[in-house]
Design a protein around this ligand. Structure first.
Ligand code: AMP
Length: 370
């Protein structure tokens, strides 16, 4: 056994809340920081580097095929990406020695201060607001360059630091995903899902512009823009604010979806000046007025129901509200690879997923030991 593997094999157990963590001794002083559909996340001191890190425990990620695919995809992608606006993988391990005992995976990541839902209630100046948006766009553009279209961006999956740096935590829905039926107690958040996802149309990369537009709107208004109570209500909320889309959009819907959408009462919607009045924006600095006009203009181009008329990620990055931050090395960083979607599109049994996941973890350790 190599030196690294030997050190990593010294594990200890500690309970955080109700969750048992069995982790290498180098990680100390664990504190709970969050939980999601995939597991519990803690912060810890990495005594080897002297820095604090985030550790996510994925408990039995192969318990069903949906969980397993998601965990597999996340691990493969986290291993390969390296961009400052996508959370970086620092370590990956399991305390379980062989496949028959294999149960849990731990992912060690860069630690950030909070997820973006905590920032929603803070009054941000234009500088911070536009910088947060710029970073979301850079992270998403980098994923798009690797053929990953996220489709499920939301504030809880975006983390920030006090210095306003931002990272995207996950890689969204798999290409073949149906939009998220999962047998878990977690409610799937749909507030940020684009019309083409809600209505089951085809999608392209600017599907993610819609979500960033919704998050932008939420940061400005201090509340969720389209708080739909379910799949259908999600669409109703969009139409209430933005109006019934024109016939050219309706024609592209599947017949049964079109019949439903056209049966709803016609709505005129509101103008962007009504939705985002001046008093929602900062106005203490001399050029705040102009920036507010730019911010509203960008919102109006992002929050367009018809994806053919919605702005692209590249156009967002070149929009006057955002362009001040443009740095070629961040925006155009070459992607690690184009993601091979075939594995997650292949049908595997739970046991096969278990073996595939185990291999991913072991490969990482062997790679790190070299
Ligand atoms: P997840 O299970 O990845 O959805 O994460 C659940 C929650 O844990 C997130 O919404 C964040 O609040 C928190 N979290 C996850 N990863 C990190 C991280 N690297 N830094 C800071 N907080 C995190």
């Amino acid at each position: 056994m190599s030196a690294v593997a030997a050190v990593e094999s010294e594990y200890y157990k500690t309970t955080i809340g109700e969750t048992l963590f069995e982790i290498p001794k180098r990680y100390e002083n664990l504190k709970s920081i969050g939980s999601g559909a995939q597991g519990v996340v803690v912060s810890a001191l990495d005594t080897k580097t002297g820095t604090r890190v985030a550790i996510k425990k994925m408990s039995k990620p192969f318990q069903n095929v949906t969980h397993a695919k998601r965990a597999y995809r996340e691990i493969v992608l986290m291993k390969s990406f390296n961009h400052k606006n996508i959370v970086g993988l620092l370590n990956l391990f399991t305390p379980d020695h062989d496949l028959s005992q294999f149960s849990d995976i731990y992912i060690v990541m860069e630690l950030m201060d909070a997820n973006l839902s905590r920032v929603v209630h803070i009054d941000l100046d234009h500088e911070r607001l536009s910088f947060l948006l710029y970073q979301m766009l850079c992270g998403i553009k980098h994923m798009h360059a690797a053929d990953i279209i996220h489709r499920d961006l939301k504030p809880s999956n975006i983390v920030v630091k006090e210095d306003c740096s931002l990272k995207i935590l996950d890689f969204g829905l798999a290409r073949a995903a149906d939009g998220g039926f999962m047998m878990t107690p977690y409610v799937v958040t749909r507030y940020y899902r684009a019309p083409e996802v809600i209505l089951g149309m085809g999608y392209k990369s600017n599907v993610d512009v819609w979500a960033i537009g919704c998050i932008f709107a939420e940061l400005v208004r201090g509340q969720i823009l389209f708080p739909g109570s379910d799949h259908i209500d999600q669409w109703t909320k969009v139409v209430d604010l933005l109006g019934t889309p024109p016939p050219i959009f309706m024609q592209r819907l599947l017949p049964n979806v079109r019949a439903y959408v056209e049966s709803l009462p016609h709505k005129r919607g509101y103008t962007f000046a009504q939705l985002f009045p001046d008093d929602l924006f900062p106005c203490s600095l001399p050029d705040d007025r102009e920036k507010t006009t730019n911010a509203r203009d960008l919102l109006a181009r992002m929050l367009v129901v018809d994806p053919d008329k919605r702005i692209s990620v590249d156009e967002c990055l070149r929009h006057p509200y955002i362009f001040q931050w443009y740095d070629q090395s961040e925006v155009e960083a070459p992607p690690p690879m184009r993601y091979d979607h075939t594995v997650e599109e292949t049908d595997h049994t739970v046991d096969e997923w278990k073996a595939l996941l185990f291999r991913q973890v072991i490969n990482y350790r062997e790679g790190a030991a070299k």
